[in-house]
Design a protein around this ligand. Structure first.
Ligand code: GDP
Ligand code: MN
Length: 398
């Protein structure tokens, strides 16, 4: 689950990480009230208006703007809320902005004493450990830094049995070229950041930029946070943070039906039971020259109702030109799945894409009989390869 910047910053603040303070607003009036509140609390006279969408690069797309007075807060907030923000990380249509964060301005005009760093905590899948990735080149695209000046990116791996050690926090502050108060502040910053990451069961905390202010305070100006979905049951209070408007609508609908569905770019819809078989099926489609339109694990109980729900989800994607059903009948018998497919097909009545069904396992032969004698535009296959080849054939005949 991805969070908005303001939600990520709230979590950081709860763990004692210094943040650029802000108040979220849904319209221009709320924005003005938020700005007044911030001025009262922090003394700031300028404000930053920041679009809250699940995408980075907002600054480049015109989603982060400075307001020098309340009139500008109102005008700019009015412009940003409701706009379709296009950034290097969104699609060409962009993302609709529903709310903005009104934040205190923490950069002072003509300021030369501030610097921007990059600090993130993430899982290194290769080593199976959390790591802190950091750079002196903050405020810009970290991918560009990685490409052009990779020596300016440092990493610090954390041993899970002891956590982040004080000497590691000091090494980070040292490598960032800090001394005095800023050095101490940075060690505190990364230590609290790491604690926040572990305690919230996150898989990413990316702070870009981390700002060193003119009075040597270290603070988070931005926050990109991903919480591990599999750990959400441990964080009931985070469930409200989910913003379904930011997610793929078909995936949201599939999730509500208990289907494990991920939308992809290809044209072969897949209906499979078990994540491993689903991955293998996608590989096979690709090897046969096709492109999967989705990942879909229907789970262990592939009865008619579930098969029908899965059909509906797959067919919502207009790119789907063929559907491959690949189900192993272990717990659920193949003939029951076959009957489920036939019933769902008849129930829906409007399926026009060809369907290839491969059922293996208990009663596979009876299942094949059922499919072959159903009179529907459904082809059966016994072998994995045969199924993938048939998919290619129907695509080429179209
Ligand atoms: P992103 O573009 O989506 O990564 O959004 P950020 O939150 O990182 O903001 C983009 C840029 O806006 C930052 O890199 C900063 O340079 C700038 N910015 C953020 N807060 C302030 C602020 O308080 N004052 C000024 N002058 N610039 C800011
Ligand atoms: Mn940023």
């Amino acid at each position: 689950m991805n969070l908005h910047e303001y939600q990520g910053k709230d979590i950081l603040a709860n763990f004692g990480v210094r943040i650029q303070r802000g108040v979220v607003a849904k319209n221009a009036q709320e924005a003005v009230a938020a700005a007044k509140q911030l001025t009262a609390e922090t003394g700031t006279s300028w404000h930053v208006i920041k679009a809250q969408v699940h995408a980075g690069g907002r600054g480049k797309g015109g989603g982060v703007k400075i307001a020098k007075n309340l009139q500008e807060v109102e005008t700019i907030a009015g412009q940003i809320i409701g706009m379709n923000l296009v950034t290097p990380q969104t699609s060409a249509e962009g993302k609709k902005v529903h709310q903005v964060l009104i934040a205190e301005d923490v950069y002072y005009p003509g300021e030369t004493e501030t610097s921007e760093f990059y600090v993130s905590v993430l899982l290194n899948r290769a080593s199976g450990r959390n790591m802190i990735m950091y750079s002196t080149e903050g405020g810009m695209d970290i991918e560009t830094v990685a490409e052009e000046t990779p020596h300016l990116i440092f990493t610090e791996e954390v041993d899970p049995s002891v956590g982040l050690m004080p000497f590691q926090a000091r090494r980070i502050a040292f490598n960032l070229g800090l001394d005095g108060l800023a050095f101490k502040e940075m060690t505190k910053f990364v230590t609290s950041l790491y604690t926040a990451y572990v305690a919230s069961d996150a898989s990413l905390f990316e702070i870009n930029p981390v700002l060193k202010t003119s009075d040597n305070k270290i603070m988070a100006v931005d926050a990109k946070v991903t919480i591990d979905d599999n750990a959400l049951y441990r964080h009931k209070d985070y469930q409200d943070l989910r913003d379904l408007r930011e997610e793929n609508p078909i995936e949201v609908e599939a999730g509500a039906l208990g289907l494990n569905y991920v939308d992809l770019d290809g044209n072969v819809g897949c209906m499979v039971n078990g994540a491993g078989l689903a991955m293998a099926t996608m590989d096979l489609i690709k090897q046969a020259g096709g492109e999967p339109a989705n990942f879909l694990d229907v789970g262990g109980t592939a009865d008619a109702a579930r098969v029908e729900a899965a059909f509906k989800i797959i067919l919502k994607d207009p790119n789907v030109k063929a559907i491959l059903i690949n189900i192993f009948g272990g717990i659920v018998r193949c003939d029951r799945v076959a009957q489920g497919v036939i019933d769902a097909y008849k129930n829906m009545g409007n399926i026009t894409v060809p369907i290839i069904v491969r059922l293996q396992g208990t009663n596979a032969d009876i299942a094949k009989e059922l499919i072959d004698s159903s009179g529907l535009d459904v082809m059966s296959a016994t072998e994995f390869q045969e199924a993938a080849d048939k998919v290619q054939q129907v695509l080429e005949n179209k």
